[in-house]
Design a protein around this ligand. Structure first.
Ligand code: ZN
Ligand code: ZN
Length: 168
């Protein structure tokens, strides 16, 4: 059985969430259905957007996703506008989720990953994923105590990463 992430033996913090909770073929079928629903054609350009997101463990800006696609499939000439439009569509249907970087825009990742929170470096834009069982538990207790039916949560911690602190 797959263990959820890598456990840090000092604490209950899990920091590796690369495991995908859905098979690629399933996701591709969902994507095809989504395109159909929106009267959009299933094209190879749109498929490589999904595939590249699926195979990346990074949180990607539309520009970095576009660069990856151009490097890997230069002959497809996938336009940046197609990347933007496809990402919005995927986000609306919750196949991908995004993190906001204020003026710098958004970074996207596949939704089909185990729940995790994020540490975001406001200097270099690097992202570290984590889950802390105590924080997860506290949130449930707070919602319960306030009679709130929690469905989901997201937590972003903004600051300066280790590397950027060294550079300063
Ligand atoms: Zn940094
Ligand atoms: Zn993430």
């Amino acid at each position: 059985m797959y263990l959820m992430g890598q456990r840090d033996n000092m604490s209950n913090i899990t920091t590796d969430f690369n495991y995908k909770t859905v098979e690629y073929n399933q996701l591709l079928n969902d994507f095809k259905a989504l395109l159909k629903k929106n009267n959009l054609k299933f094209t190879i350009q749109r498929e490589v957007i999904l595939e590249t997101l699926y195979n990346s463990d990074e949180h990607l800006t539309p520009e970095s996703l576009h660069n990856l696609i151009q490097a890997k499939f230069p002959n497809l000439n996938t336009g940046i506008a197609t990347v933007y439009r496809t990402l919005s569509l995927l986000e609306e249907s919750e196949i991908v989720t995004s993190l906001s970087f204020g003026a710098q825009g958004k970074k996207y990742e596949l939704g089909a990953k185990h729940h995790h929170d994020h540490l975001i470096c406001t200097s270099c834009g690097s992202i570290t994923e984590f889950v802390d069982e105590q924080i997860e538990d506290r949130q449930k207790k707070i919602a319960d105590a306030l009679g709130f039916k929690m469905q989901d949560h997201s937590m972003q911690i903004y600051g300066i990463c280790k590397n950027c602190q060294i550079k300063e």
